[in-house]
Design a protein. Structure first.
Length: 204
């Protein structure tokens, strides 16, 4: 399997999941500005949508959309317990979080990364995003270690990555102590550190 990724982008989520699941993989870095990969390949020919992540399977098929990729990966290695069994309410809870992260948080950050966003929309977008992070903070107030309880799941990999973008837009997550403690906890996981190092985001 090969993951097309850009350092620190949402592709870091499946990257963490690959390592947490112990799945052998290759990585190919993508420059989102030039749309070229590190081998000089045209990334748009890899994914016509033009964005990471892309998971290329050994038979050549390509899977896109982060939430779909992480569930696929977790199901390849059930023993890693990154996702409860299909059909269970626990599985639906993880999917509930994945959907929240992708629509309310990931895309909540998107206006700040786009040069086309009108300046007068930014305070509106920021207020909405801050409200969503406040909701997260209230959820973690019950002392849970991870989003759905005591176990790390694929949703935690995704949330950790998205929270890391706060620093790029002047949003200090220390304002939400439970969320900040959670992010620090995930950052300590050996496989998370391994992924960060492999993307050049943490000193070797
Ligand atoms: N719906 C996609 C969105 C992926 C996405 O937003 N990728 C960003 C990086 S975090 C990207 O590659 N953006 C470049 C672009 O859209 O041109 C998913 O959930 O995987």
């Amino acid at each position: 399997m090969k993951l097309y990724y850009t350092p620190g982008a949402c592709s870091l989520s499946p990257h963490i999941v690959l390592r947490e699941a112990g799945l052998p993989h290759d990585l190919e870095k993508v420059d989102l500005k030039t749309r070229k990969t590190e081998t000089g390949a045209d990334f748009v020919a890899v994914n016509d949508k033009g964005y990471v992540p892309v998971l290329q399977l050994d038979d050549g098929q390509r899977l896109t959309e982060g939430p779909a990729i992480v569930q696929y990966l977790a199901d390849l290695r059930p023993s890693a317990k990154l996702l409860p069994p299909a059909g269970s309410i626990e599985r639906a809870r993880v999917q509930e979080w994945l959907n929240f992260i992708t629509t309310e948080l990931h895309k909540g950050f998107a206006p700040f990364f786009s040069a086309d966003t009108p300046d007068d929309y930014k305070p509106v977008a920021r207020q909405k995003l801050e409200g969503r992070i406040g909701y997260l903070d209230r959820q973690f107030a019950d002392g849970r270690s991870y989003l759905t309880g005591a176990s790390f799941t694929v949703a935690d990999a995704y949330l950790f990555v998205v929270l890391g973008w706060g620093k790029h837009i002047g949003l200090d997550i220390a304002r939400w102590p439970n969320v900040a403690a959670y992010a620090a906890r995930v950052a300590q996981r050996p496989k998370v550190q391994e992924a960060l190092r492999a993307e050049g985001l943490l000193a070797a």
